[in-house]
Each structure stands twice: as C-alpha cells, then as structure tokens.
Write a protein that binds this ligand. Sequence first.
Ligand SMILES: NC(=O)c1ccc[n+]([C@@H]2O[C@H](COP(=O)([O-])OP(=O)(O)OC[C@H]3O[C@@H](n4cnc5c(N)ncnc54)[C@H](OP(=O)(O)O)[C@@H]3O)[C@@H](O)[C@H]2O)c1
Length: 313
Amino acid sequence: MRFVEFILVFLEISKRQMTSENMRAAQFELGGPEKLFIGKVPIPSLREKEVLIRVVATAVNRVDLLQRMGNYPVPPGASDILGLEVAGVVEKLGPGCTSGWTPGDNVMALLAGGGYAEFVASHEDHIMPVPKDLSFEEAASIPEAWLTSYQLLHKIGQIQEEETVLIHAGASGVGLAAVQLARLANATVFVTAGSEEKIKKAVELGAKVGFNYKQEDFSEKILQITEGRGVNVILDCVGASYWEKNVKSIAVDGRWILFGLLGGSEVNGDLLKQLLAKRVRLEGTTLRSRSVQVLITCLFLMFLWEISLHLEK
Ligand SMILES: NC(=O)c1ccc[n+]([C@@H]2O[C@H](COP(=O)([O-])OP(=O)(O)OC[C@H]3O[C@@H](n4cnc5c(N)ncnc54)[C@H](OP(=O)(O)O)[C@@H]3O)[C@@H](O)[C@H]2O)c1
C-alpha cells in the first residue's frame, strides 16, 4: 500500500445510531490544524442518484490543507466541509439510484468535499467497493490519490510499456500512488523529492532512482541516465520553479502533465519556443473540478477494471 501522511478521522460512528438530523463534522476557521474543531451540522439530504455513506475513515490531502488555510476555493456546489475521500458503509440510497448499492455495503468514495463528517452524500457512480482484505483506513487512502495518478498516467499521459516517466514530489500521496501504477504498467520511473528518506521510500515502491531536488539538478541526471533522450512523460505538481529543468528533461514528443503549482505559476522565458522545438504536449488537469462530470464515471470504471484487483492483498 502507498505511504501517505495519513490522519485518520475515526468518529466512533460504527457503534452509534443516528439519533437526529444533525451529525458531527470537522469544521475550521482559517489557519493551521489547531483551528480544526468538531461541530454539528445537518446530515446531508440526498439528491437524485446520491448515496448516504456512514464514514469510518477519511484521509488528508494537500488540498485539504490549502482549503483550511483559505488558499483553495471550494468548487461551486461542493460541500465546504473538508475531505475528498472516505471509506465507510452505505447507510441509505437516494431517489433514482440504479447502481446496485445496498445498505451495509463497504465502500470507498471520491468526493468533491464533505468527508470529515459522520455521514457524506456521494453520487452513486463515484463509489467503489472496498477491495477484498483492505481495511477501511487503507481504502480511504485510495480514491483521491490513486484515481488522480491513474488519470495522469493513463488517461492523459498515455504511458506505454518500457517508456520513462519522471514523477515530481515522488513521495507525496499522489506521487507514491503514481510510482506504483507506473511500475505496474512496466514503465521506468524516476522521482524527485526533498529528502533521502523520501527517495528511499519511492525506490522501495518501484522507482528506479530518485533525485534530491534540494541538492542536485535533476535535469542533468535525467539526461545522463537516458543518454540524452529525456523522459517520455513528466507528472508535474510543481510548475513554475521546475519549468526550465522540465523542458530539458523531456523527450521529443513527450507528454508533460501539470496537475499542481507547488512551485508557483508565473513563467518568464522561452517556454513556448522550447515546447515547440521538442513537439511536447503540455496538459493541465484537476480531478476535483471533474467530480460531478460523466467523465469521472468512466475513470472509475476503468480504474476498477484495470487496477482495483491489484490492490487486493
Ligand atoms: N490536479 C489534480 O487533480 C490533483 C489531485 C490531487 C492532488 N493534486 C496536487 O498534487 C500535489 C500533491 O498532492 P498530495 O496530496 O499527494 O501532497 P502531499 O502528500 O501533501 O505531498 C506534497 C509534497 O510536495 C513536495 N513539495 C511541496 N512544495 C514543493 C515545491 N515548492 N517544490 C517541490 N516539491 C514540493 C513536498 O515533498 P518534498 O519533501 O519531496 O519536497 C510535499 O511533501 C499537490 O500539489 C496537489 O494540489 C492535484
């Protein structure tokens, strides 16, 4: 399983009965983790094709931290409660559900928000069964990081066997999922990370080699290892501070997938000229803004078909 900074919000709910229309949820004022507190909010009412999940475990993603600090606007229509993924038990079905879920099913769900609560409503198509033998805690770490990585690598990056991929923030939640998925696809994986410990973890999980971006120029190393060819795919959640090294590191006809801006968004220089010269495809993506789109349903089906079975122990 992936290594992830994982704070479990375990709400003792499996033993509790629903006694009112209110539930407990983690709420916050803008700031650090000390600004989190447990409050009472209404249990979500179910819209067409939504399922109510009794939450057993949820996970912490970078976006939760950004949102808590006031640096990430909640997409229109999404819950303002934190939490992008949960594992739990189906409590009840809303009107028009046809996907075959029944109360008592153990499920994991990708959410546009709302996971840090006793109950959450999810579209019936954004739920997957908990893979055999996985705990709720393990399952809660899968939807956001693994579906993001699956989308980046396969749907957008179109990674092929024996291609090379450079994964930035290679020991992040998304990064470690991507390392494992890339190995499963028989690609050669390189990572960047900020410490030897993080690189070691990524290598244990399938990366061929990692570069400490605080101590070395990863583009020089990539060019040495690939004998000047560069990598076929870059998964980039860093953005501006890496752009020149990314352009050097990528191969002709490479795919550069931008999915975060940890290193800023302002670029000065001849990026376009260099992209053109190498015929590079640069594509940006955010999973959260797709959360209520049909596209994500396709992503779920493909992930279930191709990957979920590998997650069983
Ligand atoms: N577009 C999407 O659909 C989507 C979905 C999910 C996540 N994301 C993005 O993916 C990224 C990772 O998310 P996560 O939840 O997996 O994160 P995470 O587990 O919190 O890890 C983030 C890591 O990024 C590295 N980092 C931070 N600032 C950096 C910088 N300026 N330059 C280089 N590395 C830096 C740090 O590791 P080091 O110690 O190695 O520096 C940090 O631990 C975030 O940017 C998030 O917003 C995007």
